[in-house]
Ligand binder design. Structure first.
Ligand code: DUC
Ligand code: ZN
Ligand code: ZN
Length: 487
């Protein structure tokens, strides 16, 4: 008997990349794609895709797993349950955050986060950093060294007392990003405005979950987005504005782009499928489930976000999975109590539902093309954070991270999801698709019904310089300057 040419062949796929859609068989060997074409030789195993769409596995470039929290808060998902949930929704690479707390060395934060991840993940993972204490040691030694070692992106917060940087600190950190070719991600909300509004709401006894949205109106996001863009312009560095929620922030980004500035933008499912009303129309505590920042806005802003997904304004679509149980003392009810909105842990789950929501309502709903779906959910996140072309595409040499889509009606039910959170904000939404198979480096991790664990099979990925950033001249290589026509 002849030896099979491949470990696995996916037959009769309708392959979709960010640029093309075509029919092919996919030959997989050693966890990589080794051949694409019609009529490939036999594999040791074969899956007949029956003409169904096959996309790259999703790259969720913004999610939080087992991130250390101030007690009593604790995230419900760690690298085991979070990546299990990711796989069952078609995501095969996650990039959560190694978060520095003030007074801590950045290196210590990274080492601690590796201990949390080691041997637990079912899909591959990389780390972003969160820089909350940019001491001279961090700026001149730790951060440059970590960027060289494969941590080529970091998040900067403009709000939260324990995380936020002032403008001078932001300039310093952005300058490190420019000098060393890293991607800076910005949480853009004005901290002082939020504090001022929160105090006024509290003084008026308005502390129910729904007032979270009133404490963070779009103005505070608009102002911070504008300021972040100006600071990045001053330093001359590209930035990624994350979790953009609606029109006023979008306008800032469009205006910056029209001036030729390299401003990238991310949005998330909550800004398409939720509104501020999901935080409550009365003072019920149930709305705590949908507390996240920036908060969801309204239907008109949802349309602005859809438009930005369709027309290229947005670079990536992430979940911002920040998993806290609702009915738990370490979750949305700190120490078992219904507390004022300021004290409710911020964030919602979404790793498993991100890809199906956008495939179903975006692609099958006629709002975005299939190729744009691939670009937003896989190719661009891989490029933005230095993982492409190993991740984020279907090509010879790339990892065999794949999703075979099943176009069938599905109703989202938390009982059927694989995270550890006790609710989904998308309960009851009817979709038209779900992954029939998810493959992580050639292994089936989800078959449309069952999860197939490979705990510890997920590998840590060192990130290269983001390929969305301009190439930096090699040392000693003079840059070619344009003739100065003003003189
Ligand atoms: N920002 C995030 O990116 N995630 C959760 C909470 C927040 O404010
Ligand atoms: Zn944020
Ligand atoms: Zn986040």
């Amino acid at each position: 008997m002849s030896i099979p040419a491949f470990d696995l062949v996916i037959r009769n796929a309708l392959v979709a990349t960010a640029s093309d859609t075509y029919s092919a068989d996919i030959g997989i060997q050693g966890g990589r794609i080794v051949q694409l074409g019609m009529g490939l030789a036999a594999g040791a195993r074969e899956i007949d895709a029956q003409g169904r769409v096959v996309t790259p596995g999703g790259v969720d470039a913004h999610c939080h797993l087992d991130q250390p929290m101030e007690a009593p808060a604790r995230m419900a998902d760690d690298f085991n349950t979070g990546t299990r949930s990711a796989a069952c929704g078609g995501t095969t690479t996650v990039i959560p955050f190694a978060a520095q707390h003030k007074g801590q060395s950045l290196r210590a934060a990274v080492e601690d986060y590796h201990r949390r991840a080691e041997g637990r993940a079912h899909v591959d993972y990389a780390f972003h950093l969160i820089v909350s204490d940019p001491t001279p040691q961090v700026l001149t030694e730790e951060l440059p060294a970590l960027i060289r070692e494969g941590y080529t992106s970091f998040k900067i917060y403009m709000t939260y007392d324990d995380m936020k940087l002032d403008d001078g600190q932001m300039l310093d950190v952005l300058d490190v990003a420019r000098e060393h070719g890293a991607m800076a991600m910005i949480h853009a909300e004005n901290a002082d405005c939020i504090e001022w509004l929160t105090r006024r709401l509290e003084a008026a006894g308005r502390t129910a979950p729904r007032f979270h949205a009133l404490s963070r109106p779009m103005l505070v996001e608009r102002e911070a987005t504008h300021r972040a863009i100006a600071l990045a312009e001053l330093v001359d560095v590209p930035i990624m504005v994350v979790h953009v929620s609606g029109r006023e922030a979008v306008e800032q980004i469009r205006s910056a782009r029209s001036q030729g500035l390299k401003v990238f933008a991310e949005t998330c499912p909550q800004y398409l499928f939720l509104t501020a009303e999901d935080l409550g129309v009365d003072d019920s505590y149930q709305g705590a489930r949908c507390i996240c920042s920036p908060p969801p806005r309204d239907k008109r802003n949802q349309q602005v976000i859809w438009d930005g997904l369709a027309d290229g304004l947005f670079t990536i679509f992430s979940s911002d999975h920040a998993p806290f149980k609702y009915d738990a003392p370490e979750g949305k009810k700190p120490e078992g109590k219904e507390v004022a909105f300021r004290h409710i842990p911020n964030g919602i789950p979404g790793l498993e539902t991100r890809m199906p929501l956008l495939y179903s309502e975006g692609v099958l709903g006629g709002r975005i093309t299939l190729n744009r779906f691939v670009e937003l959910t896989a190719t661009n996140p891989a490029k933005a954070y230095g993982l492409h072309p190993r991740k984020g595409t279907i090509a010879v040499g790339s990892d065999a991270d794949l999703v075979i889509w099943d176009e069938r009606p599905v109703t989202i039910r938390n009982a059927q999801l694989h995270h550890e959170v006790d609710y989904t904000p998308y309960e009851g939404i009817r979709l038209q698709a779900w992954p029939a198979y998810t493959l992580a480096r050639g292994e089936v991790v989800w078959d449309g019904r069952d999860f197939h664990p490979r705990q510890g099979g997920g590998q840590f990925l060192r990130c290269e310089t983001p390929s969305l950033l301009p190439r930096r001249p090699k040392p000693g290589q003079a840059s070619v300057s344009q003739p100065d026509t003003d003189r």
